[in-house]
Design a protein around this ligand. Sequence first.
Ligand code: RP5
Length: 165
Amino acid sequence: MAENIKVGIVMGSTSDWEVMKEAAQVCKDFGVAYEARALSAHRTPVELEKWIESAEARGCQAFIAGAGGAAHLAGVVAAQTILPTFGVPMPSKYMKGLDSLLATVQMPKGIPVPTLAIGEGGAANAALAVIAMLALHDPALKEKLVDFRAKQAEKVRNATLPELK
Ligand code: RP5
């Protein structure tokens, strides 16, 4: 268990990792300490509560929670902390993630869960949103984020489309 972390990444199941690893990768690329865990709001509620407490005690500044189906995980995390908690809806087998999206985004007033897009893009963007927040008080991180945006824009500018045959 890491001694100090800035971001807690949690997902309802190990089956979410393929998507949620995108959030972990962004944190890693920016040099932001994170811890990723598979803990479920309904299968392991006690362990989830303990992990939130422990993450906070180790300096965590924000949580990213990804879940699929009746995706209450992010809401349950947000209910137990005042740290910003971002939700990532997992693509699901039968409803393609629409169930996860609605369950995550439709939080009743009082406990916010800023919710990202379904899937990998949402997971990466959740980490970028957390980094933007952390960068408010971290000039070195801000520089990395500005650089990331510049490189991303440059890639688009330099892109060429295929010729028609
Ligand atoms: C949710 O149920 C998880 O977040 C996952 O997206 C979905 C399916 O979980 P598994 O049955 O694959 O463990 O709790």
